[in-house]
Design a binder for this molecule. Structure first.
Ligand code: FNR
Length: 341
Protein backbone atom coordinates (compact mmCIF):
# COMPACT_ATOMS: atom_id res chain seq x y z
CA UNK A 1 0.00 0.00 0.00
CA UNK A 2 1.25 3.49 -0.77
CA UNK A 3 1.80 6.54 1.40
CA UNK A 4 0.21 9.91 0.58
CA UNK A 5 0.81 10.70 -3.13
CA UNK A 6 3.29 13.62 -3.04
CA UNK A 7 5.73 12.03 -0.61
CA UNK A 8 5.38 8.66 -2.31
CA UNK A 9 6.04 10.28 -5.66
CA UNK A 10 9.26 11.75 -4.26
CA UNK A 11 10.51 8.27 -3.24
CA UNK A 12 9.93 6.93 -6.75
CA UNK A 13 11.47 10.05 -8.29
CA UNK A 14 14.62 9.67 -6.17
CA UNK A 15 15.09 6.15 -7.50
CA UNK A 16 14.63 7.23 -11.13
CA UNK A 17 16.90 10.26 -10.79
CA UNK A 18 19.63 8.27 -8.97
CA UNK A 19 19.58 5.60 -11.68
CA UNK A 20 19.92 8.31 -14.34
CA UNK A 21 23.20 9.54 -12.85
CA UNK A 22 26.23 8.04 -14.62
CA UNK A 23 28.87 6.09 -12.71
CA UNK A 24 31.73 8.60 -12.62
CA UNK A 25 35.45 8.89 -11.97
CA UNK A 26 35.94 9.93 -8.34
CA UNK A 27 38.60 10.26 -5.64
CA UNK A 28 38.78 6.52 -5.04
CA UNK A 29 40.71 6.64 -8.36
CA UNK A 30 43.34 8.76 -6.58
CA UNK A 31 44.08 5.93 -4.12
CA UNK A 32 46.69 3.43 -5.35
CA UNK A 33 48.10 0.35 -3.68
CA UNK A 34 51.83 -0.34 -3.71
CA UNK A 35 52.08 -3.81 -5.23
CA UNK A 36 54.40 -6.23 -3.43
CA UNK A 37 54.91 -9.18 -5.79
CA UNK A 38 55.70 -11.64 -2.99
CA UNK A 39 53.26 -10.15 -0.51
CA UNK A 40 50.06 -12.08 -1.28
CA UNK A 41 48.47 -14.42 1.24
CA UNK A 42 46.23 -17.48 0.74
CA UNK A 43 42.65 -16.65 -0.25
CA UNK A 44 41.39 -19.27 2.22
CA UNK A 45 43.18 -17.56 5.10
CA UNK A 46 41.29 -14.26 4.63
CA UNK A 47 38.78 -13.46 7.40
CA UNK A 48 36.08 -11.05 6.23
CA UNK A 49 34.48 -10.36 9.62
CA UNK A 50 34.66 -6.75 10.77
CA UNK A 51 34.29 -5.35 14.27
CA UNK A 52 32.45 -2.06 14.77
CA UNK A 53 32.79 -1.98 18.54
CA UNK A 54 29.09 -2.21 19.38
CA UNK A 55 28.61 -5.17 17.01
CA UNK A 56 30.43 -7.19 14.36
CA UNK A 57 29.45 -7.92 10.75
CA UNK A 58 30.32 -11.07 8.77
CA UNK A 59 31.46 -9.02 5.74
CA UNK A 60 33.06 -5.56 5.48
CA UNK A 61 30.43 -4.07 3.16
CA UNK A 62 26.71 -3.35 3.41
CA UNK A 63 23.65 -2.22 1.49
CA UNK A 64 23.20 1.42 2.39
CA UNK A 65 19.89 3.10 3.20
CA UNK A 66 17.86 3.98 0.14
CA UNK A 67 14.20 3.51 -0.08
CA UNK A 68 10.68 2.41 0.88
CA UNK A 69 7.22 4.01 0.95
CA UNK A 70 5.68 2.90 -2.34
CA UNK A 71 4.89 -0.30 -4.20
CA UNK A 72 7.88 0.16 -6.50
CA UNK A 73 10.32 0.87 -3.66
CA UNK A 74 8.86 -2.01 -1.63
CA UNK A 75 9.77 -4.34 -4.51
CA UNK A 76 13.31 -2.89 -4.52
CA UNK A 77 13.61 -3.46 -0.76
CA UNK A 78 12.36 -7.01 -1.21
CA UNK A 79 14.97 -7.85 -3.87
CA UNK A 80 17.75 -6.29 -1.78
CA UNK A 81 16.60 -8.16 1.35
CA UNK A 82 16.53 -11.52 -0.45
CA UNK A 83 20.15 -10.94 -1.55
CA UNK A 84 21.17 -9.70 1.91
CA UNK A 85 19.73 -12.84 3.52
CA UNK A 86 21.28 -15.22 1.00
CA UNK A 87 24.83 -13.79 1.14
CA UNK A 88 24.77 -12.50 4.73
CA UNK A 89 25.22 -8.80 3.98
CA UNK A 90 24.00 -6.14 6.46
CA UNK A 91 21.28 -3.93 5.01
CA UNK A 92 19.66 -0.57 5.77
CA UNK A 93 16.34 0.72 4.51
CA UNK A 94 15.56 4.25 3.38
CA UNK A 95 14.05 6.83 5.71
CA UNK A 96 11.20 5.22 7.67
CA UNK A 97 9.65 8.64 8.42
CA UNK A 98 7.09 8.18 5.66
CA UNK A 99 5.79 5.02 7.38
CA UNK A 100 5.76 6.63 10.83
CA UNK A 101 3.51 9.37 9.47
CA UNK A 102 1.38 7.09 7.26
CA UNK A 103 1.08 3.40 8.31
CA UNK A 104 -0.06 2.42 4.80
CA UNK A 105 3.59 2.71 3.77
CA UNK A 106 4.85 0.27 6.44
CA UNK A 107 4.74 -2.88 4.33
CA UNK A 108 7.34 -1.56 1.89
CA UNK A 109 9.77 -1.49 4.83
CA UNK A 110 8.71 -4.53 6.90
CA UNK A 111 9.30 -6.70 3.81
CA UNK A 112 13.02 -6.31 4.61
CA UNK A 113 12.67 -8.12 7.93
CA UNK A 114 10.19 -10.62 6.49
CA UNK A 115 12.67 -11.71 3.79
CA UNK A 116 15.69 -11.59 6.12
CA UNK A 117 14.53 -12.69 9.58
CA UNK A 118 17.99 -13.38 11.02
CA UNK A 119 20.16 -10.85 9.16
CA UNK A 120 21.57 -7.54 10.38
CA UNK A 121 18.99 -4.88 9.50
CA UNK A 122 19.27 -1.13 10.02
CA UNK A 123 16.32 1.24 10.20
CA UNK A 124 16.83 4.82 8.98
CA UNK A 125 15.42 8.21 9.95
CA UNK A 126 16.39 11.81 9.41
CA UNK A 127 17.95 13.95 12.12
CA UNK A 128 15.38 16.20 13.76
CA UNK A 129 12.91 13.39 14.51
CA UNK A 130 12.27 12.59 18.18
CA UNK A 131 13.77 9.73 20.18
CA UNK A 132 10.27 8.25 20.26
CA UNK A 133 10.13 8.24 16.44
CA UNK A 134 13.57 6.63 16.39
CA UNK A 135 12.28 3.85 18.64
CA UNK A 136 9.20 3.34 16.46
CA UNK A 137 11.39 3.10 13.35
CA UNK A 138 13.53 0.46 15.05
CA UNK A 139 10.49 -1.50 16.24
CA UNK A 140 8.86 -1.49 12.80
CA UNK A 141 11.81 -3.37 11.30
CA UNK A 142 12.92 -5.17 14.47
CA UNK A 143 16.17 -3.45 13.54
CA UNK A 144 19.59 -4.26 14.99
CA UNK A 145 20.82 -0.67 14.57
CA UNK A 146 19.53 2.72 13.46
CA UNK A 147 20.98 4.94 10.76
CA UNK A 148 20.32 8.64 11.31
CA UNK A 149 20.99 10.70 8.21
CA UNK A 150 22.19 14.30 8.31
CA UNK A 151 21.58 16.01 4.98
CA UNK A 152 21.61 19.81 5.20
CA UNK A 153 22.71 20.20 1.56
CA UNK A 154 19.84 18.04 0.33
CA UNK A 155 17.30 19.87 2.50
CA UNK A 156 18.46 23.28 1.27
CA UNK A 157 18.21 22.28 -2.38
CA UNK A 158 14.94 20.32 -1.92
CA UNK A 159 12.05 22.66 -2.75
CA UNK A 160 9.97 21.28 0.17
CA UNK A 161 13.06 20.77 2.40
CA UNK A 162 13.74 21.58 6.06
CA UNK A 163 14.82 25.14 6.85
CA UNK A 164 15.67 24.81 10.55
CA UNK A 165 18.91 23.11 11.50
CA UNK A 166 19.84 24.49 14.90
CA UNK A 167 18.13 21.65 16.79
CA UNK A 168 20.05 18.89 15.00
CA UNK A 169 22.76 18.31 17.63
CA UNK A 170 20.17 18.08 20.40
CA UNK A 171 18.12 15.69 18.29
CA UNK A 172 21.14 13.43 17.68
CA UNK A 173 21.95 13.36 21.37
CA UNK A 174 18.38 12.39 22.25
CA UNK A 175 18.21 9.72 19.56
CA UNK A 176 21.60 8.29 20.61
CA UNK A 177 20.37 7.76 24.16
CA UNK A 178 16.76 6.83 23.34
CA UNK A 179 16.86 4.60 20.25
CA UNK A 180 17.43 1.39 22.20
CA UNK A 181 19.93 0.07 19.59
CA UNK A 182 23.34 1.29 18.37
CA UNK A 183 23.07 4.47 16.28
CA UNK A 184 25.05 5.11 13.09
CA UNK A 185 25.10 8.74 11.96
CA UNK A 186 25.52 9.13 8.21
CA UNK A 187 25.80 11.81 5.55
CA UNK A 188 24.01 11.22 2.26
CA UNK A 189 26.86 12.13 -0.12
CA UNK A 190 28.53 15.35 1.05
CA UNK A 191 30.94 13.98 3.67
CA UNK A 192 31.59 14.26 7.41
CA UNK A 193 34.50 16.58 8.24
CA UNK A 194 36.93 15.91 11.10
CA UNK A 195 35.33 18.63 13.31
CA UNK A 196 31.88 17.13 12.64
CA UNK A 197 33.14 13.69 13.67
CA UNK A 198 34.52 15.19 16.87
CA UNK A 199 31.17 16.85 17.57
CA UNK A 200 29.39 13.54 16.99
CA UNK A 201 31.71 11.76 19.43
CA UNK A 202 30.87 14.43 22.02
CA UNK A 203 27.16 13.73 21.48
CA UNK A 204 27.64 10.08 22.37
CA UNK A 205 27.79 8.72 18.80
CA UNK A 206 30.15 5.76 18.40
CA UNK A 207 29.76 4.87 14.71
CA UNK A 208 29.61 7.22 11.69
CA UNK A 209 29.34 6.68 7.95
CA UNK A 210 31.28 9.50 6.28
CA UNK A 211 28.95 9.39 3.23
CA UNK A 212 31.12 11.38 0.82
CA UNK A 213 30.70 12.92 -2.63
CA UNK A 214 31.60 11.14 -5.86
CA UNK A 215 28.63 8.80 -6.17
CA UNK A 216 24.92 9.56 -6.04
CA UNK A 217 24.64 13.36 -5.89
CA UNK A 218 21.55 14.51 -4.00
CA UNK A 219 22.25 18.19 -4.71
CA UNK A 220 21.87 17.34 -8.38
CA UNK A 221 18.82 15.11 -7.77
CA UNK A 222 16.95 17.74 -5.75
CA UNK A 223 18.05 20.51 -8.09
CA UNK A 224 16.51 18.71 -11.04
CA UNK A 225 13.23 18.59 -9.07
CA UNK A 226 13.23 22.42 -8.89
CA UNK A 227 11.46 24.44 -11.54
CA UNK A 228 14.48 26.49 -12.56
CA UNK A 229 17.42 24.36 -11.34
CA UNK A 230 18.70 27.30 -9.30
CA UNK A 231 21.24 25.29 -7.29
CA UNK A 232 23.14 23.64 -10.14
CA UNK A 233 26.43 24.99 -8.72
CA UNK A 234 26.10 22.73 -5.66
CA UNK A 235 26.60 19.56 -7.72
CA UNK A 236 29.81 17.98 -6.44
CA UNK A 237 29.69 19.92 -3.14
CA UNK A 238 31.45 18.50 -0.08
CA UNK A 239 34.23 15.98 0.55
CA UNK A 240 34.74 12.48 -0.84
CA UNK A 241 34.78 9.39 1.39
CA UNK A 242 38.57 8.90 0.91
CA UNK A 243 39.12 12.58 1.85
CA UNK A 244 36.97 12.19 4.98
CA UNK A 245 38.79 9.02 6.02
CA UNK A 246 42.21 10.68 5.58
CA UNK A 247 40.99 13.74 7.53
CA UNK A 248 39.34 11.85 10.41
CA UNK A 249 40.92 11.50 13.82
CA UNK A 250 40.63 8.44 16.03
CA UNK A 251 37.62 7.96 18.28
CA UNK A 252 34.70 6.75 16.17
CA UNK A 253 34.31 3.50 14.25
CA UNK A 254 34.04 4.75 10.66
CA UNK A 255 32.09 3.44 7.73
CA UNK A 256 32.73 4.71 4.20
CA UNK A 257 30.14 5.30 1.51
CA UNK A 258 29.44 7.55 -1.43
CA UNK A 259 30.83 6.54 -4.79
CA UNK A 260 31.82 2.99 -3.82
CA UNK A 261 31.50 1.50 -7.33
CA UNK A 262 33.26 -1.82 -6.95
CA UNK A 263 34.85 -4.28 -4.55
CA UNK A 264 38.12 -2.45 -5.33
CA UNK A 265 36.70 0.85 -4.00
CA UNK A 266 35.42 -1.03 -0.93
CA UNK A 267 38.90 -2.44 -0.28
CA UNK A 268 40.40 1.05 -0.72
CA UNK A 269 37.96 2.31 1.95
CA UNK A 270 39.14 -0.39 4.34
CA UNK A 271 42.78 0.41 3.59
CA UNK A 272 42.06 4.04 4.55
CA UNK A 273 40.65 2.94 7.90
CA UNK A 274 36.93 2.30 7.38
CA UNK A 275 35.51 -0.76 9.14
CA UNK A 276 33.13 -1.42 6.22
CA UNK A 277 32.03 0.16 2.94
CA UNK A 278 28.44 1.14 2.17
CA UNK A 279 26.97 0.79 -1.29
CA UNK A 280 23.72 2.34 -2.50
CA UNK A 281 23.28 3.05 -6.23
CA UNK A 282 25.38 0.12 -7.49
CA UNK A 283 23.14 -2.33 -5.62
CA UNK A 284 20.04 -0.37 -6.62
CA UNK A 285 20.93 -1.10 -10.26
CA UNK A 286 21.02 -4.82 -9.49
CA UNK A 287 17.73 -4.61 -7.58
CA UNK A 288 16.03 -3.12 -10.63
CA UNK A 289 16.92 -6.32 -12.50
CA UNK A 290 15.62 -8.53 -9.69
CA UNK A 291 16.51 -10.64 -6.67
CA UNK A 292 18.73 -13.09 -8.60
CA UNK A 293 20.83 -10.18 -9.86
CA UNK A 294 21.20 -8.89 -6.29
CA UNK A 295 22.31 -12.31 -5.05
CA UNK A 296 24.87 -12.57 -7.86
CA UNK A 297 26.12 -9.02 -7.31
CA UNK A 298 26.55 -9.44 -3.55
CA UNK A 299 28.25 -12.84 -3.95
CA UNK A 300 30.64 -11.33 -6.53
CA UNK A 301 31.53 -8.40 -4.25
CA UNK A 302 32.13 -10.73 -1.30
CA UNK A 303 34.44 -13.02 -3.26
CA UNK A 304 36.27 -10.13 -4.94
CA UNK A 305 36.92 -8.42 -1.60
CA UNK A 306 38.35 -11.70 -0.32
CA UNK A 307 40.57 -12.06 -3.43
CA UNK A 308 41.80 -8.46 -3.27
CA UNK A 309 42.62 -8.77 0.43
CA UNK A 310 44.66 -11.91 -0.36
CA UNK A 311 46.46 -10.06 -3.17
CA UNK A 312 47.33 -7.26 -0.74
CA UNK A 313 48.51 -9.74 1.89
CA UNK A 314 45.80 -8.79 4.38
CA UNK A 315 44.21 -11.65 6.33
CA UNK A 316 41.82 -9.31 8.13
CA UNK A 317 40.27 -5.87 7.93
CA UNK A 318 42.77 -4.77 10.62
CA UNK A 319 45.71 -5.94 8.52
CA UNK A 320 44.28 -4.23 5.45
CA UNK A 321 44.28 -0.91 7.33
CA UNK A 322 48.08 -1.24 7.54
CA UNK A 323 48.53 -1.73 3.75
CA UNK A 324 50.78 0.62 1.74
CA UNK A 325 48.72 3.16 -0.20
CA UNK A 326 49.72 6.12 -2.32
CA UNK A 327 47.42 9.12 -2.63
CA UNK A 328 47.58 11.13 -5.88
CA UNK A 329 45.80 13.82 -7.88
CA UNK A 330 42.93 15.91 -6.49
CA UNK A 331 42.84 13.86 -3.30
CA UNK A 332 46.54 14.52 -2.61
CA UNK A 333 45.99 18.22 -3.28
CA UNK A 334 43.04 18.27 -0.88
CA UNK A 335 45.17 16.58 1.80
CA UNK A 336 47.96 19.14 1.28
CA UNK A 337 45.50 22.03 1.56
CA UNK A 338 44.16 20.56 4.82
CA UNK A 339 47.68 19.97 6.18
CA UNK A 340 47.27 16.17 6.24
CA UNK A 341 50.52 14.18 5.78
C1 FNR B 1 19.56 7.31 -0.94
N1 FNR B 1 20.25 7.66 0.22
C2 FNR B 1 19.55 7.77 1.40
N2 FNR B 1 20.22 7.85 2.60
C3 FNR B 1 19.54 7.89 3.76
O1 FNR B 1 20.17 7.91 4.81
N3 FNR B 1 18.17 7.85 3.77
C4 FNR B 1 17.44 7.77 2.63
O2 FNR B 1 16.20 7.73 2.68
C5 FNR B 1 18.13 7.73 1.40
N4 FNR B 1 17.45 7.65 0.21
C6 FNR B 1 18.15 7.34 -0.94
C7 FNR B 1 17.45 7.01 -2.11
C8 FNR B 1 18.14 6.61 -3.24
C9 FNR B 1 17.37 6.22 -4.46
C10 FNR B 1 19.55 6.53 -3.23
C11 FNR B 1 20.33 6.07 -4.43
C12 FNR B 1 20.24 6.89 -2.10
C13 FNR B 1 21.70 7.93 0.21
C14 FNR B 1 22.58 6.69 0.26
O3 FNR B 1 22.48 6.02 1.49
C15 FNR B 1 24.06 7.08 0.05
O4 FNR B 1 24.48 7.89 1.11
C16 FNR B 1 24.29 7.81 -1.25
O5 FNR B 1 23.46 7.29 -2.27
C17 FNR B 1 25.72 7.70 -1.74
O6 FNR B 1 26.06 6.35 -1.99
P1 FNR B 1 26.19 5.75 -3.49
O7 FNR B 1 24.85 5.78 -4.11
O8 FNR B 1 27.16 6.63 -4.21
O9 FNR B 1 26.68 4.34 -3.28
Amino acid sequence: MNAQPSRAARKDEHVDLALAQPVRANEFDDVDFVHHALGATDVASVELETDLGEFAWPVPFYINGMTGGTEKTGAINRALAVGAAEIGVPMACGSVSVALDDPRAAESFTVIRKENPRGFVMANIGVGRSADDAKRAVELLEADALQVHINAVQEIVMPEGEREFSNWEKSLEEIATGAGVPVIVKEVGFGLSAPTLELLAGLGIKIADVGGRGGTDFAQIENSRRRFGEFSYLAGFGQSAPACLLDAGAGLALLASGGVRSAFDAVKSLALGARAAGVASQFLRAAMVGEDAVVLELRTWKEQIRSLMALLGARSVDELAATDVVVRGDLAEWCRARGID
